[in-house]
Design a protein around this ligand. Structure first.
Ligand code: ZN
Ligand code: ZN
Length: 190
């Protein structure tokens, strides 16, 4: 793969003109696009503008175009325990049938609900929602920098990974009160 900056594909639209009305034919498409702004969840996702590789098999079927694809990119987020950056390579697969508009009309006339089906528009298909759904599904709800991340010290916020033995002197609340008194006396005795 070249490292050239990814082409911006408007709304992730792929032409299927050659496949139209040619059931049984197929074509493979390999492309790189720039991630749209919301390719992920609130805690982790592929950053806007980052390169996402797309490998597609487009198959012409009677009803429309069947898309089988893989989207690969790198998600970034924050470890929920220690707030360090989490980098997660992703390769997600998806499959979706994009139906021809006249099929939708025919189905609607016979009373079928087709509102969820993606439609071939102007001999092109839009893959944004398929890619987004697949990416979001593959992302962890609670990203971790590593499975056994020990997190932060609950008392001072120190990253425990940097010092597994990190601990605070456990002082009983009653002793703490006495300690305060002693401190006061020491200060006054000066
Ligand atoms: Zn962590
Ligand atoms: Zn601490």
């Amino acid at each position: 793969m070249s490292t050239a900056s990814p082409a911006s594909i408007p709304e992730l639209t792929i032409s299927v003109r050659e496949l139209r009305r040619q059931p049984g034919t197929s074509k493979q498409v390999q492309t790189v696009f720039q991630a749209p702004g919301d390719l992920g969840t609130e805690v982790i996702g592929i950053p806007e503008g980052a390169a996402v590789e797309l490998e597609l098999l487009l198959e012409s079927v009677l009803e429309g175009v069947l898309v089988t694809g893989t989207a690969s990119g790198t998600a970034r987020g924050e470890c929920v325990r220690c707030l360090d950056e989490v980098t997660l390579p992703l390769a997600v697969t998806f499959q979706e049938l994009h139906v021809y508009p006249e099929r939708v009309l025919a189905a609607e006339e016979s009373g079928d609900d087709t509102s969820d089906e993606p439609v071939v528009v102007d001999d092109a298909i839009n893959l944004e929602s398929a890619v987004r759904d697949a990416v979001v599904l593959a992302l962890p709800f609670q990203p971790l920098c590593r499975d056994d991340c020990p997190g932060l010290c609950p008392e001072c916020g120190f990253p425990l990974r940097d010092d597994p033995g990190h601990a605070h002197r456990q002082v009983d609340a009653r002793w703490a009160a006495l300690q305060d008194l002693l401190d006061v006396e020491q200060v006054e005795g000066k």
